[in-house]
Design a binder for this molecule. Structure first.
Ligand code: NAI
Length: 209
């Protein structure tokens, strides 16, 4: 793709993808941007503008072909391919993520779960067995790992992030509350559930006034 797409648009795509997936499940074959806009509570012009970034996909008078659009957005997001993920930090959050089956529906296959606490060694979470972090280099040699999810304390996040990058893993899904942006050769997605809560709190405040 020649054109740089803004991160704001990219951040909206998963929502389009999710709604289109639901339409597909409901057997809807095509939808106008107006109907999609009503369903998603986004203006029709926003939808047209967003999708025009990728060549539009719509046809005048026909609307959008749901299956085609779903597939294309899936291609753009890269979720039609399989991505192997490991989770490092097998505490509450790490086990919850590893135990969630539906990531696989979007192509994210969790293939390993690591920790440093020997008491967790060998414990099963779904079809995974918790392994010790020392075994990671050997594991990476034999498995094609694309993404490392870091669900460990922030004090060790940077060191572990450097370790995974040195092992050749170049994508980090970071849940630790620490900035990892100064590590080179890696794409990082930071997740902060508290940001979402603060957004909610702001909206509650607005609602009251
Ligand atoms: P937890 O204490 O249950 O689990 C942390 C696990 O990391 C433990 O099993 C510990 O043994 C392991 N660990 C510690 N150092 C390690 C290392 N160097 N290598 C591998 N494993 C290591 O904590 P919880 O509740 O699962 O939270 C994990 C992290 O995620 C915390 O930093 C927490 O602040 C953060 N968090 C972030 C959220 C977000 O929205 N970004 C939401 C909830 C938690």
């Amino acid at each position: 793709m020649d054109k740089m797409i803004s991160q704001a648009v990219i951040r909206r795509l998963p929502r389009y993808y999710r709604y289109l997936g639901e339409l597909l499940d409901d057997g809807v074959e095509r939808i106008s941007s107006n109907d999609l806009s009503k369903r998603m509570h986004v203006t029709a012009s926003q939808i047209r503008q967003d999708l025009n970034n990728f060549g539009g996909f719509g046809q005048q008078g026909y609307g959008y072909n749901v299956a085609y659009l779903h597939e294309e957005i899936g291609n753009i997001l890269g979720v039609n391919e399989t991505h192997n993920v490991i989770v490092i930090g097998a505490g509450n959050l790490g086990q919850a993520i590893a135990g969630y089956v539906k990531f696989e529906k979007h192509g994210f296959r969790i293939i390993g779960l690591f920790d440093i606490n020997p008491e967790l060694k060998g414990k099963r979470v779904r079809d995974l067995t918790i392994q010790m972090l020392d075994d990671l280099p050997e594991f990476v040699k034999h498995n094609d790992v694309e993404i490392a999810a870091l669900t460990l304390p922030k004090t060790s996040a940077k060191t572990v992030a450097m370790k995974v990058v040195n092992l050749g893993i170049h994508a980090i899904w970071n849940f630790a509350h620490v900035d990892l942006d100064d590590i080179e050769n890696v794409v990082i997605e930071n997740v902060h559930l508290s940001d979402s809560l603060m957004q909610l709190s702001y909206n509650i405040t607005q609602h009251k006034n």
